[in-house]
Design a protein around this ligand. Structure first.
Ligand SMILES: NC(=O)c1ccc[n+]([C@@H]2O[C@H](COP(=O)([O-])OP(=O)(O)OC[C@H]3O[C@@H](n4cnc5c(N)ncnc54)[C@H](O)[C@@H]3O)[C@@H](O)[C@H]2O)c1
Length: 379
């Protein structure tokens, strides 16, 4: 029996995502022989009611100023889940305080911010990774392995995306995610883009140019008083990219799609790659299965496989049970904390700073493409 090392975790930003971390720490026993056990020791949030959720659950340190949390000796690792306009300031402060952290995407409000955070890490010992949980679904892991197997042959095309409809109601109240000054000029690209980018970038599919259509569908939303407020972020983005892989000199088409208004979709992450001799597709719309493509006796065959609860980090959960979003978050945290401990082995690692920086280069070029209505090369 492995003795688990306690890792004291502080959360900056106790909103939607911060709360999820508190809850998943309570499910840690699902993981078999994980080297560490996270204990949530501190919360920092400017909102009293956000902090109250944590203190009621027994989190002992509560701060309205995140700097106090970063000074706490009772915090080894920080999870930073705040609006995008605060990423640069708080990530830089965490780096300077010598803390390891799991950052939220998009890792800075724009490319310049992401670059400055990345630059600040040069020569530093902080262990930093970026949150992106969808690749931890068993079907997504299987899709990654299928592409890596080489069975696809020459890549024909790659598609990935995240589609939801959280903003389909024009009367939904305005929030920070719908305003450039908080969310960023890249809008939905910063909000959902890393979900589309993560698997392609991990597979080494390097975007070389982009043609983007960015769409601001709902331009005004009410605030709590019923006043109409400008809602100036892009809701939807469709990116047509040229991409290269190390296996081929040819550039192949790659499509990334990120939508906050995708009628009929609640929260669909998907990845599809097809080649001359094989293919694979996975979607959280039907998360219990993934499909592979083969050619046999001149016939084109898509086969459906149920991966079961077959996870990156082993678990006590029965392999016949269904896997969901919260399980993906648990797997992401298991990966982050195991890698920090040097115990991840060859298991799938969380998104790296280099990967998120590469995603930002695509998003900056996409914004440029949208404005110029033309194709833009990606440096
Ligand atoms: N990985 C994912 O699937 C996923 C999903 C949703 C959001 N996110 C990302 O997580 C981050 C947070 O998003 P969210 O949906 O949790 O937002 P949220 O609005 O629900 O929560 C943000 C919290 O930050 C707090 N906050 C604001 N200013 C602060 C400050 N100066 N110091 C401390 N706390 C402060 C707010 O009071 C709020 O409680 C964003 O980067 C977002 O893109 C990731």
């Amino acid at each position: 029996m492995l003795t688990q090392k306690i890792v004291k975790v502080g959360i900056i930003g106790g909103g939607l995502m911060g709360r999820e971390l508190l809850v998943l720490a309570g499910r840690w026993d699902a993981l078999i022989e994980h080297p560490v056990r996270p204990v949530i020791t501190a919360i920092a949030d400017t909102s009293d009611s956000a902090r109250e959720f944590f203190t009621k659950a027994g989190v002992s340190e509560s701060y309205s100023d995140y700097k106090q949390l970063l000074e706490s000796k009772n915090v080894d690792v920080v999870y930073i889940a705040v609006p995008h306009n605060l990423h640069q300031e708080i990530y830089l402060a965490a780096i300077n305080a010598g803390k390891d952290f799991l950052a939220e995407k998009p890792f800075g409000i724009d490319l310049n911010a992401a670059q400055s955070i990345s630059d600040a890490l040069v020569g530093k010992k902080n262990f930093v990774r970026v949150s992106s949980e969808f690749p931890f679904y068993p079907g997504a892991q299987a899709a990654l392995k299928e592409v890596k197997s080489g069975r696809l042959g020459e890549i024909v095309e790659v598609r990935s995306g995240l589609l939801h409809s959280s903003d389909i109601d024009p009367l939904k109240l305005i929030n920070w995610k719908r305003q450039k000054k908080f969310c960023g000029e890249i809008g939905v690209l910063g909000d959902l883009g890393m979900h589309a980018a993560h698997i392609p970038l991990r597979l080494g599919f390097r975007p070389t140019s982009v043609f983007a259509i960015l769409d601001d569908i709902i331009t005004h939303r009410p605030d709590a008083k019923g006043e109409s407020i400008v809602c100036d972020t892009f809701d939807n983005a469709v990116l047509a990219l040229r991409a290269k892989s190390s296996e081929s000199i040819r550039e192949f088409p790659m499509f990334w799609e990120m939508k906050r208004i995708a009628p009929g979709e609640i929260n669909t992450f998907y990845f599809t790659a097809t080649g001359l001799t094989g293919g694979v597709r996975f979607s959280t719309r039907n998360p219990a299965v993934y499909q592979t493509f083969t050619l046999k006796d001149g016939k084109q065959i898509w086969s459906e496989i149920q991966p079961g609860y077959n996870t990156n980090w082993p678990v006590v959960t029965g392999h016949i049970f269904e896997f969901g979003f919260l399980d993906a978050l648990l797997q992401m945290w298991a990966s982050f904390l195991a890698e920090r401990e040097g115990s991840l082995g060859d298991r799938f690692a969380c998104a790296s700073v280099a990967e998120v920086l590469d995603s930002h280069k695509v998003f900056a070029a996409a914004l440029n493409s949208h404005q110029s209505r033309g194709q833009v090369l990606i440096a």
